[in-house]
Design a protein around this ligand. Sequence first.
Ligand SMILES: *Cc1c(COP(=O)(O)O)cnc(C)c1O
Length: 455
Amino acid sequence: MVSQTLFYSTNGQAPLANLREALLRGQAPDRGLYMPVEIPRLPREEIAAMANLPYHEIALTVLRHYTTGVVDETKLSALCKDAYQFDVPLEHVGQHTWVMRLDRGPTASFKDFAARLMARMLGLFVVQENRPLTILTATSGDTGSAVASAFAGVPGIRVVVLFPEHEVSRLQRKQMTTLGGNIRTVAVAGKFDDCQAMVKRAFADPSLGHLSLTSANSINIGRLLPQIVYYYYAASRVAEPGASLVFSVPSGNFGNMMGAVLGWRMGLPIKRLVVAVNANDEFPRMLKTGTYEKIEPSRHCLSNAMNVGHPSNLARLVALYGGRMDETGVLGSKPDFDAMRKDIFSTSVSDEQTRETIKFTWTQHRLLLEPHGAVAWRGFEEYLSIEPPDRSPVVVLETAHPAKFPEEIQRCLGFSPDPPPCLRAVENLPEQFDRLPSDQNVFREYLLDTFGPHV
Ligand SMILES: *Cc1c(COP(=O)(O)O)cnc(C)c1O
């Protein structure tokens, strides 16, 4: 029998789970996050062969190492093919520099990559259960629309998306409030962190146990694994086999950067990872000082999908470097900070620098970036100032379509980008959403009213 990949909880108090269990639960019962006990290594030939494969086959090559014994390989192949039917452009900017545009999915954000595959895998698992699954998710901008779009119409699954009333753009809101059907959206009078706290408490609430709540946030391992794939894809397109690359990742809740770190441990040669954050600078400060202080409340920045004062996935990074961090951000034991610093360069980028970068890359390179991609670009520039360029290819990740930020681009560049068809389509659809205060009791009653009390 081929062995399954098993997952442990970063809090160390929960039994091991296989992928199916980990996906259905989202968070481990001890409130930790699932991580693979053993990270599979990809044979070098398998990585080299990716140069000739389309994206969805690279996804299969990477992900089958995690799905053995849980999802049949022919099935996984079909899911990947169905999930990834859009382009992944690598825009060549300078000699050794590329921008990878992860914005061509149906909601024009990189979160489509993870959400679409996870929805398909969960759809498969839920058929084997005989009660509906309720996905609860908090969004600071793009998760909600990607998750809502990915799950729309999946039988046996209903979705509730919580978003901070004043922290998402009109377009981001429209992308999730116009779907209807099995998708419900709730505007919370609060910040993203409040939404996230409400979701986390609901998971821990025994009076909601009968609803089979699970998360589609990046705390779900099913959201993380698909985010390994595009790092392999980029390497297969811009680097000689075996050559190591630099990636610059605009980071908020750290799911994206964890995809890179896992890919690295699976055998992808990475020289250094640049983790670029906005004014929520808890991570670069932790790297520098060796102590962790979350930012409460999180700071509101232009790159609004990265306004996270305590990244959930940080616990995973800490675990990989031998430490332990609980869900509240307490470092039970310190990770190997020296090793972490050697692998990761992290820097904080202000809103002013973000705007400068949008202007600079446009005038200098005719490269159009939105605020998140601009943070990554600026992070990469800071990295160059401490690490002189060599011949290693650099890939900067652009995580949303510039047309999702028309006011900001207009302000910086004097024009507003053409929206892609998927964004134009939602413009005229009617919106439907509920409003709630940031209050756990009210939220509990809402869920019970909507889906029925325990019988
Ligand atoms: C979510 C998001 C990010 C941050 O990704 P994390 O995985 O949370 O670090 C960056 N850019 C955009 C556009 C996003 O939607």
